[in-house]
Ligand binder design. Structure first.
Ligand code: AVJ
Length: 323
């Protein structure tokens, strides 16, 4: 644990590089090839993701912010005072700020993220925007077991989890239930959870959102190869792959792939990986839900759905769940 001048405390529980190497080699020697979407979020990937959120085709961010702005007073009333906010995946300050601003006497915030560098930057922004607020940053893999440190002043009256952006959509339904089960345990007794979930809609809208005209999502996906070159000494030529986004109707998810443009061989951590022209690396899933399937995941994890809000076009949903 490290503490800086603002009182921000940083806990590093991120998995070591050796885990990354074996996970990447497992994914690239499997058939079909696939990698964990968490690999997309190195420092540069996190930066590009924020640019995705500003693209006109990428409706989730601004839609969710609109919903949160309207719902924040009711969420704050349900939560009451002396609440520690627990943000799963440190995102832009704007969303969590809507909750903190609405809360009466927040006890602190704990920000969790897989990417340590991005997390520290986000946590520092929080500490500066809310002087006096107890800020804890925890670099950790969501799937692993760990505990959230209480604010320095003492245990909060309750914890309010916050998992916005439909990041839950990265998980297949079974894994989403596992994640939510772990989140419910971390939140503890009397915990509440605010969960953002993107809704099913016309595949053309979805495919455009994941393949914007400016090419920002393509750059986000291709940055993974640059990252593997840097962190694992791989020799991918990103120009010999292309970004592909498609809606899988049967599994209700947008899939991102990196498609090889030629037959080629790539060196990754001392191993040769062969690609056929047209073969892909599956890099991310974004599952889309209905209100009912989202509430069913929450219920399977032991949460009780309390309230749900949507926008006027039913594009996105925000759920309040009791742990
Ligand atoms: C951060 C996982 C919610 O799935 O919409 C955006 C990631 N990938 N565009 C999403 C993403 C491509 C995003 N999540």
């Amino acid at each position: 644990q490290k503490t800086d001048a603002t009182g921000l405390r940083f806990f590093d529980m991120a998995p070591p590089v050796e885990d990354m190497k074996s996970a990447v080699l497992d994914g690239l020697t499997a058939t079909p090839k696939g990698l964990s979407p968490s690999l997309l979020y190195d420092q540069e990937g996190s930066r590009i993701f924020e640019a995705i959120c500003d693209q006109p085709e990428y409706y989730p961010t601004r839609t969710e912010i609109g919903i949160l702005r309207a719902a924040a007073p009711e969420i704050a009333a349900a939560a009451g005072p002396d609440v520690q906010v627990v943000e799963f995946g440190a995102g832009a300050l704007e969303k969590v700020g809507l909750l903190i601003d609405a809360l009466a006497r927040p006890a602190g915030i704990a920000a969790l993220d897989i990417s340590g560098d991005h997390l520290l930057a986000a946590a520092r922004d929080l500490a500066h925007a809310y002087p006096g607020l107890d800020v804890v940053a925890i670099a950790a893999d969501y799937h692993k077991d760990f505990d959230i440190p209480a604010p320095v002043a003492g245990p909060p009256r309750r914890r309010l989890g916050f998992f916005p952006g439909s990041t839950i959509g990265n998980f297949a339904p079974d894994a989403a239930v596992d994640f939510l089960t772990n989140a419910r345990r971390l939140l503890g007794r009397d915990g509440l959870m605010v969960l953002g979930v993107d809704l099913r809609k016309d595949p053309r809208i979805l495919e455009a959102a994941y393949d914007d005209a400016a090419g920002v999502t393509a750059a986000f996906n291709l940055n993974l190869l640059t990252r593997l070159n840097r962190d694992l000494g791989a020799d991918f030529e990103p120009g010999r792959f292309r970004h592909k986004a498609l809606y899988n109707q049967d599994l209700h998810r947008v899939e991102m792939h990196l498609e090889s443009l030629a037959d080629q061989r790539v060196q990754v951590a001392g191993q040769t990986i062969a690609f056929a022209a047209g073969e892909t690396i599956h890099t991310e899933n974004s599952h889309k839900h209905t209100i009912e399937t989202a509430q069913a995941l929450a219920a399977d994890a032991g949460f009780t759905p309390q309230r749900v809000w949507t926008d006027d076009q039913d594009r996105f949903s925000v759920h309040l769940l009791a742990a």
